[in-house]
Write a protein that binds this ligand. Sequence first.
Ligand code: F6P
Length: 352
Amino acid sequence: SMRIGILTGGGDCPGLNAVIRGATRAAEVTYDSTVIGFRNAWRGVMDNDYELLDVDRCRGILPLGGTILGTSRDQPFAHENGLKLVRKAYDRHGLDAIIGVGGEGSMSVVSRLHQEGFPVIGVPKTIDNDISLTEMTFGFQTAVQICTDAIDRLHTTAESHHRVLVVEVMGRHVGHIAIWSGLAGGAAITLVPEEPFDVEEVCARIVDRHKKGRFATIVVVAEGATPKEGTMEIPAPEIDKYGHQILGGIGSILAREIQGRTGIESRMTALGHIQRGGSPVAFDRVLGTRFGVAAVEAAIDSDWGQMVALINGQIGRVPVADAVGTLKVVEPDLLRLNRMFQPRIPGDEHPG
Ligand code: F6P
């Protein structure tokens, strides 16, 4: 029997509630243990903002998007007395462990807390699917499905108007969402951070397509995609009167460039936080549940400093320290497929 804290940090993600429910059920039903949910990530640990979780509290949350515990990007190492407050939380609640569910940033916090001697377990979370040493994270398949549905819809309007439609999807550092939804939605061109693009070449492919009578083109671009050095000027982001940049990512810059350079009417759709909202697909509910249960079992085994992971379709554990520092980029075979399927222009090498 243990007392286990749990928190969700970083951007929200469909499937977080499945993790919370899975962990709570495993703890209460199987291991006769208690789960304390801290609100808004490490903020709640430091402020003692929490609720007791049990099977009843978790009833009905499986299909819900977001996280019933709330989230934030706050963390103990950003505060002078942060570690002291974390220690206080362990003492006050008699905690045997804290399970930290979060992205790469949160996993490095878990890793550092482990180094400081705290009993912690990590659960990887990101719609971007960019955490190392786990094949997949929950939320990713949901995001891909949302993008694919959007691309399906954009096809018919692109066809009707003979337009280029640029779709900007999430992926700050990597192109997993872009590649998967580009392939699933049959985008003509997909641009990802892994391979900087040449806008002239993108335009040449679109123009060539036009010459062959294909007047509608879907271009998927990951928000983190960048042009090759010296091929295209990126205007400074528009900062509003409040000092924020809300609009104007690579999608709109690219749509303007394509229309300007080719004369073909172009529009941009940024899918934004729609990709993170709403109900998780079945795969993400199952993966979230498996991760939640596995995290509790790692705690029961006192296997501190581990991150649960999907490895060859099985749930395993890896040292969280090994999972941070480098991001998981798109696999070479998917990048090759992406190059193979884009409109061909003279001079293209055989993509062998
Ligand atoms: O890391 C997930 C992610 O969805 C990124 O793709 C995106 O850049 C970022 O979060 C945006 O998050 P927020 O608007 O919450 O800062």
